[in-house]
Design a protein around this ligand. Structure first.
Ligand code: FES
Length: 181
């Protein structure tokens, strides 16, 4: 059974927001729906979306590739994304990445045996002034990260705490530029 077979009403509502002659424009809401409900967008779902929209799987995959939110393979309960772009790199993102790999024993595209964690390097998250930045799922960014803060984060998540309940040691000491300064 296809993912969208029992979601025809939902599809109709979505398509109302797009011109009938350009259904391909609705690719984002369809991708988002699959990602939210299944945790990743498998090749079968890509093909299904392409068929619904009258486009190709290559085009759907092309859209996916622009957004780190969309995962082609299953992720852990906590998908840890390390920004690896210049400001974060200069501020220690590689060390964070190496720490994560060593602590969790997984690489990109893999999930820890307990199903809890997966990791990914991502492009600039847009918070360069608080580099290096890590994001868990689509939660607010964790800023000014270092090994100590990262280990506290992992410990908290392993113990079942919600992200907002986890205390990270130290302050985010970077100066935040004021609007217009
Ligand atoms: S370079 Fe990491 S947030 Fe911009």
């Amino acid at each position: 059974m296809g993912f969208f077979d029992d979601k025809q009403d939902w599809l109709e509502i979505v398509f109302k927001n797009y011109p009938p002659e350009n259904r391909r424009a609705a690719v984002m809401p369809l991708l988002r729906k699959v990602q939210q409900e299944e945790g990743h967008v498998s090749p079968e779902r890509v093909a299904e979306i392409a068929e619904i929209l009258g486009t190709t799987a290559t085009e759907v995959r092309g859209v996916m590739s622009f957004y780190s939110y969309y995962q082609a393979v299953p992720t852990g309960k906590y998908h840890l994304q390390v920004c690896a772009t210049l400001s974060c790199k200069l501020a220690g993102a590689e060390e964070l990445w190496d720490t994560l790999r060593a602590e969790l024993g997984v690489g990109p595209g893999e999930v820890t045996p307990d199903g809890l964690f997966s990791i990914q390097k991502v492009e600039c998250l847009g918070s360069c002034h608080t580099a290096p930045v890590v994001q868990v799922n689509d939660e607010p960014y964790l800023e000014c990260m270092n090994r100590e803060r990262l280990k506290a984060l992992l410990e908290g998540l392993r113990s079942g705490k919600r992200l907002e309940e986890i205390e990270l040691p130290g302050d985010c000491g970077h100066e935040v530029r004021k609007e217009g300064a």
